[in-house]
Design a protein around this ligand. Structure first.
Ligand SMILES: *Cc1c(COP(=O)(O)O)cnc(C)c1O
Length: 231
């Protein structure tokens, strides 16, 4: 069943990409396994998923431990932290996550930098942008994003890879379009303000309800839960 869902999602993604004239390969699908069991995670890994998203550090650590104990090969798997990260969990988060998508304060960035430094890691991160006032409590305000990027660029053990946003739940995916185009424009704007610095490339936007619109608006990383795990 999960395999069928993945096939359908891939087909839908290929269709949007061909409409846009871009290759589907450039797009990363993060399978969001929050609240799902170990058996389901093994199923998606066997189906070829290599990017897994979790929204709680403790849950991710537990699952990681169980999967390792079962002998599941995790070398090729990239773990994404997509939920709000409390500063006191940064120490555990840097241990397992390849990409922390939800950095939204200088204080948190500073702690991630410190903890990553302790284990000789450069932690890849995205900045969570609050494009919509109602979607989530968290995120950097769009008009403060450039200053924010400048402010955290001094941290040596952090590598800023791009931006993430969550659009409000809407009946029609079209309602999400302005938030996604706003994030795309913001990424260009930030890159324009950082001559010489490495370009921010990742635009993590689009979930089950609105991933096709997000891809049309330039998303190259979609975070999909229900459409993969539910019938
Ligand atoms: C749960 C979650 C998702 C996946 O949502 P679906 O609607 O199930 O695809 C994506 N991103 C974040 C931040 C989430 O918390």
């Amino acid at each position: 069943m999960i395999k069928d869902n993945l096939n359908k999602v891939n087909l839908r993604i290929r269709l949007v990409c061909s409409r846009r004239g871009v290759f589907a390969d450039y797009l990363t699908i993060v399978a969001v396994s929050k609240g799902r069991g170990i058996a389901e995670i093994i199923e998606i890994i066997e189906a070829g998923v290599t990017n897994i998203g979790e929204n709680k550090v403790q849950e991710a650590l537990l699952k990681y431990g169980k999967l390792s104990a079962l002998g599941v090969r995790l070398e090729a798997i990239k773990w994404h932290m997509i939920g709000h990260l409390q500063t006191n969990k940064a120490k555990d988060a840097v241990k397992i996550f390849d990409l922390i998508q939800s950095v939204d304060s200088v204080h948190l960035a500073s702690e991630i930098d410190k903890q990553a430094g302790k284990i000789n890691k450069t932690q890849d991160i995205l900045i969570e942008i609050k494009t919509s006032p109602e979607a989530t409590k968290f995120g950097v305000k769009p008009d403060e994003a450039i200053e924010f990027v400048k402010g955290i660029s001094k941290f040596k053990n952090i590598n800023i890879k791009g931006l993430m946003t969550i659009a409000p739940e809407a009946i029609s995916p079209e309602k999400s379009r302005p938030y996604f185009s706003q994030l795309r424009k913001l990424l260009y704007e930030i890159n324009g303000q950082r001559p010489g610095a490495s370009e921010l490339k990742i635009l993590s936007m689009g979930m089950t309800n609105d991933f096709e619109v997000a891809i049309e608006e330039g998303s190259n990383m979609v975070r999909l839960g229900r459409v993969i795990f539910e019938c």
